[in-house]
Design a protein around this ligand. Structure first.
Ligand code: PLP
Length: 401
């Protein structure tokens, strides 16, 4: 059965030659803080986590989770439509809807399932899905689950989107555009104002996956749509709890009065167990922290700018021109990227290795992410660590281009 994965096996063997550590099999011995862990006995600084506000170890989130765990148990053992809805689930949905200024919200058990469940239920046989070419795997997997026609448009290119929508204008069904706030691999931001203008002109619907931008962008942390001032143009706001909210789960919020119908139409909502009470409680508390502590977003922005500027100054070619909490260094090829990743780990820095086909335009990337919990000293240290390794590779430019 696994014969079809021979090419994958060879690619992995090539990456792992010369005894380098397997970047896709890292197991931390223990977690020390939101920015540090122990790995094979060595303390490493974490620069790969999406724990943007550092809330995974927030004492109040932990306390809420612990109390819910003691009160309601370890799991619900049921789906939302069969004994898996507790009052905390519906309260969290109401809290999310209120926070985002929407009529309704639905929880999903992961962010991945939120995309599967929403796209597959929204887009029917006659409809068209228009997906940004760099969209997350969960968006493309959601598209695979529905009978709609799928059209990819060039990444962050509203003109290309417009042309393709015009081309499809004779078709009978609805058109749904799907974009992200901050893109997970390169850390670049969608031109959402322009995309919203295209949506208005063509009469399409718009879903924005704010996975990496919720709690990060906008005066209240509501995401890119808030920052860009186009919340009214967004029909479906999708997000995950696994990043700035420091836990696991996903949601979608909308104003459509019939939105609730999806609770009995979305298979990824109906046919999986609901979120455990401890998760619901910690996410609910984390959402309050986002509202109560806007300064965390300012710290995060400063840290993102410091990491981005430091790596540019060191001569690296980065994935995005502007700073965001995701900063990716472009590597010349998978082999160099794998070696560089190992050297970073030896130097005490954990970053993400991102290789084709999981990356945009088949690039090899060292993906770094920064959080509000990092210190300036940690950020400066990872920049000089990366610069020193690049110098060892012979030429900084060679490693960076
Ligand atoms: C844009 C985007 N959407 C959805 C997801 C899936 O979220 P989760 O990992 O919480 O299931 C991710 C995960 O990284 C993502 O980057």
């Amino acid at each position: 059965m696994l014969q079809k994965y021979q090419a994958l096996k060879q690619a992995r063997a090539a990456l792992l030659q010369d005894g380098i550590r397997d970047p896709f099999a890292v197991t931390f011995d223990s977690i020390i803080s939101p920015t540090e862990a122990r790995l094979d006995g060595q303390v490493v600084t974490l620069f790969g986590s999406n724990n943007y506000l550092g809330l995974t170890l927030d004492p109040s989130c932990q306390q809420y989770a612990a109390e819910a765990l003691a009160r309601e148990g370890t799991g619900t053992s049921g789906s939302r439509i069969a004994n898996g809805t507790y009052s905390a689930h519906t309260a969290l949905e109401a809290q999310i809807a209120r926070y985002l200024g929407r009529r309704d919200a639905m929880l999903f058990t992961t962010g991945y399932q939120a995309n599967l469940g929403m796209l597959s239920a929204l887009a029917g046989r006659d409809d068209d899905l228009l997906l940004d070419a760099d969209g997350h795997a969960s968006i493309y997997d959601g598209a695979r689950l529905c009978a709609a026609q799928v059209t990819r448009f060039r990444h962050n290119d509203p003109d290309d989107l417009y042309r393709r929508l015009k081309h499809l204008s004779g078709r009978p069904g609805q058109k749904l555009i799907v974009v992200e706030g901050i893109y997970s691999m390169l850390g670049d931001v969608a031109p959402l104002r322009e995309i919203a203008a295209v949506k208005r002109e063509t009469g399409a619907y718009l879903l924005v996956d704010e996975a990496h931008s919720l709690g990060v962008l906008g005066a209240h942390g509501r995401g890119l749509a808030e920052l860009a001032g186009v919340e009214a143009d967004v029909d479906y706001v999708l997000g995950t709890f696994s990043k700035s909210l420091g836990s696991i789960g996903g949601f979608c919020a909308a104003d459509d009065p019939d939105f609730g119908l999806l609770r009995v139409a979305s298979r990824a909502y109906m046919f999986t167990a609901s979120l455990p009470p401890a998760i619901v409680a910690s996410v609910s508390r984390a959402l309050c922290v986002i509202e109560e502590r806007p300064a965390l977003r300012g710290v995060l922005r400063d840290h993102a700018a410091r990491l981005h500027a430091g790596l540019i100054k060191a001569g690296f070619a980065l994935g995005a021109e502007a700073a965001s909490p995701i900063v990716s260094i472009r590597m010349p090829d998978p082999g160099t990227a794998g070696l560089f990743w190992n050297r970073m780990l030896d130097a005490g820095f954990y970053v993400n290795l991102a290789l084709p086909p999981a990356t945009p335009s088949s690039q090899s990337l060292l993906r770094m992410s920064v959080t509000a919990a990092h210190t300036s000293a940690q950020i400066d240290a990872v920049v000089s660590g990366a610069a020193a390794i690049a110098r060892d590779f012979g030429s900084l430019q060679q490693a960076a281009e």
